[in-house]
Design a protein around this ligand. Sequence first.
Ligand SMILES: Cc1cc2nc3c(=O)[nH]c(=O)nc-3n(C[C@H](O)[C@H](O)[C@H](O)COP(=O)(O)OP(=O)(O)OC[C@H]3O[C@@H](n4cnc5c(N)ncnc54)[C@H](O)[C@@H]3O)c2cc1C
Length: 399
Amino acid sequence: MRVLIIGAGIAGPVTAMALRNIGIEATVYEARRGQPESPGLFLGLGVNGMRALDELDLLEPVLREQTIPTPRSEFRNAAGQLLGIVCNGSLRDGIPSVTISRGALQESLAVAAQSKGVQFHYGKRLLTYQVASDSVTARFTDGTEACADLLIGADGIHSRVRQIMSPIAPGPSYTGLLNFGGIVRDSGLEPTVDTMRMVWGRRAFFGYTVRDDGEAWWFANIGHKSEPKRDELDEISMASWRQKLVELFSADPAYITHLIRRAPSIWVAPIHDIPSIPRWHRGRAVLVGDSAHAVSPSAGQGASLAIEDALVLAKCLRDLAPTRAALERYEALRKPRAERIVAVGRQRGNYKAPPNRAAAWLRDLMMPIALRLFATEERLAWIHDYRVDWHEPITPAPA
Ligand SMILES: Cc1cc2nc3c(=O)[nH]c(=O)nc-3n(C[C@H](O)[C@H](O)[C@H](O)COP(=O)(O)OP(=O)(O)OC[C@H]3O[C@@H](n4cnc5c(N)ncnc54)[C@H](O)[C@@H]3O)c2cc1C
């Protein structure tokens, strides 16, 4: 079987390697011309995602990148008081879950895949694809084509493959939040040691972690009712964004405005998710990662779900025939979990920008109780303890 993979983000390279492990030749086509465009944005890699990488011997190359161990998330209120601590988990041998630059993660996965012989073609933006009885042909915006037995859409939240496969499928849904991020090389703050510290501020939400050498990585989420277009966001200068953030966090712990002021650049993007689409596969095409189920960063699970998808899809193709049965089983195994986690992300995001002071007060009152009851290791085990055992065969769907 020959496979075309559209997208070299996270799901694409991992799927290519999982397929290569079972003797399927996969080629990756990526719209970008080279390096990931936004290396400054970072993400929390869940232990479930790390465990899945480990199944394919990919964890070590990823951990060779610059990472910050963050096995704990600490939640504070606007007065700086501790409301609760949530365990993000550790792997075998105590390897902690980590925060990593999104670009570094993508790059390390691409390099690992290339070193195993997977071919990548950059500057190839999928325009459309056509399915015939015995093949699928992808057409790119540069006029070239590629043909294979199966096409995998790993092309992210704004997936072209999804649009072609299911023109009526709902697109990304705006969550009402804007996401900001920055990196401060020499922050002058104490290291946060194994901790991502989050603050439910009076008017917005802030998270940061400080490495041992003083470098701080921060993000902020603010409420913004109507969905802004990308060019509207770009028209606003960085100085204006900085001023707005400083104003919003002016009554919160001082380290927040300190970090906002000292970041050389600030990234901004609206947060979207995709709660559910009717189908993940059709004919000779199938979706993995954000293209099927984009999850808000509030869940901290988008990358991990994409990696899990890659393994499960490859296992289904390995163990089940015909291909249609494999794709059906893959969707049945993955959709309920992915949609449940997308809902968790949406719910967590809803607490981040309270509509008024009363709502913020009530949230801060309830949060210590909610964290103690619902954010325990046991209650989060369904997310963190999930394991895709690469060697365990996939059984056909029960009749
Ligand atoms: C600011 C931010 C913070 C986040 N925080 C977290 C977090 O803490 N934890 C977490 O797990 N997840 C987080 N995420 C989500 C995570 O980044 C995504 O869930 C993950 O990247 C999904 O991987 P993917 O491979 O499906 O898509 P992507 O990584 O988006 O990759 C898609 C690739 O497809 C390419 N592409 C797009 N269209 C085409 C086309 N037509 N033709 C060819 N190529 C195309 C793109 O250039 C891209 O390289 C965050 C995301 C953002 C933006």
